[in-house]
Design a protein around this ligand. Structure first.
Ligand SMILES: [Zn+2]
Ligand SMILES: [Zn+2]
Length: 376
């Protein structure tokens, strides 16, 4: 079929993106669904900070690529051999699926799946196929999803059924922002009631971590960001304290209110300054959970003697260490109960023509989650 999609032809174009236009809106061809594949009509797709870092070229992608790695839509067609999904099902498209067979998938850590890593760097679906083209030239898939398009062909593992009562523009955010932010709290840190938490970087993912920490029963939730405009919402969503990341007495202030530092510090931004802050606000015996991704070549420094003598842990958590079919229904349930009000993170919707301006707004830090409506 022929459809509209946002294609990135090269990485490294510079802001303002409204001018350099890294995302080109094209009429592209989509094949399939082949055996074991599903055709989804994309109704909503979230613009994520990692889209920005890929536009900037911080992590290499096979180009040209149809962008978009979180979304929600409606199943329109299933290929031979697909079970468990039917045309008409509402689905969240998510990044955490694995092959189901390698040691990591068998060990319930599909985000570490070897096959996913390989297919992602080649820009193909998890089954090794490519279904996108433009004027006869190959286009590649982003994270096996490519949701900045009117339709997507993907494999069933990337799709989680969602109650039609959940608006699809809200459901879209569960595929990356929510699994990542909530999952790092529930799966990586396993925060329990009464523990204290700091979240460094209060964007969409960080605020999901804040909401999840509140659900987990954290006694203190300290929100840290360079932009104090985010503090009101952060407090409404669960922060008991907010601190400006540029405050020279930040670590001291956090140690004061927590009696020596937090049990868990979530570093969402992927920056060296934020990691330093995370280590500084963590109590002896506490854990720093690195969630944000920087450039592939970044090297981070820390005081090793302090790490050893204070028995601190630095741990990475990719996409909330999620198991999509286990975690997403649970998080969607929290949303329906009003405990995970991720609709508060929506900064508005847009059509294809506004995508590049949307990247600028994200770059300026002015928005949380902007949602593309591919059929608007
Ligand atoms: Zn993302
Ligand atoms: Zn696997």
């Amino acid at each position: 079929m022929r459809m509209l999609a946002a294609v990135m032809y090269e990485q490294g174009l510079v802001a303002p993106y409204a001018h350099s236009r890294p995302l080109r809106i094209e009429e592209v061809d989509l094949e399939g669904p082949g055996p074991g594949e599903v055709l989804v009509e994309v109704r909503a797709a979230g613009l994520c900070h990692s889209d920005l870092s890929q536009v900037a070229g911080l992590r290499k992608r096979t180009v040209p690529v149809v962008m978009g790695h979180e979304g929600a839509g409606i199943v329109r067609e299933i290929g031979p051999g697909v079970t468990g999904l039917r045309p008409g099902d509402c689905v969240v498209m998510t990044v955490g699926a694995g092959c189901g067979e390698c040691r990591h998938c068998v060990g319930r850590r599909p985000v570490l799946c070897d096959a996913v890593g390989a297919s992602r760097s080649k820009g193909v679906l998890l089954n090794g196929y490519r279904r996108l083209a433009c004027q006869g030239q190959p286009l590649y898939h982003h994270s096996g999803i490519s949701s900045f398009a009117q339709y997507a062909v993907t494999v069933p593992g990337t799709l989680v059924k969602v109650d039609p009562a959940v608006p699809l523009d809200v459901a879209a955010m569960f595929g990356c922002a929510v699994v990542t932010g909530a999952g790092c709290v529930f799966n990586a840190a396993r925060v329990r009631a009464g523990r204290s938490v700091a979240v460094i970087g209060l964007g969409g993912v960080g605020l999901c971590a804040v909401m999840a920490a509140r659900i987990a029963g954290a006694s203190q939730i300290i929100g840290i960001d360079i932009n104090p405009d985010k503090f009101d919402l952060a407090r409404e969503l669960g922060c008991t304290h907010t601190v400006n990341a540029r405050d020279p007495h930040l670590a001291e202030a956090v140690r004061q209110v927590t009696g020596g530092g937090v049990d868990f510090a979530f570093e969402i931004s992927g920056s060296q300054a934020a990691l330093a802050t995370a280590l500084a606000v963590t109590a002896k015996g506490g854990e720093v959970i690195g969630v944000g991704l920087g450039a592939s070549s970044d090297l981070f420094a820390y005081a090793h003697t302090a790490l050893v003598s204070e028995e601190k842990v630095i741990r990475g958590s990719l996409m909330g260490s999620c198991v999509p079919q286990r975690d997403l229904p649970k998080y969607l349930g929290y949303f329906m109960e009003g405990r995970l009000p991720v609709d508060r993170l929506m900064s508005g919707t847009m059509g294809f023509e506004d995508l590049n301006e949307g990247l600028d707004k994200l770059h300026e830090g002015a928005v949380l989650r902007q949602i593309l409506l591919p059929h608007a």
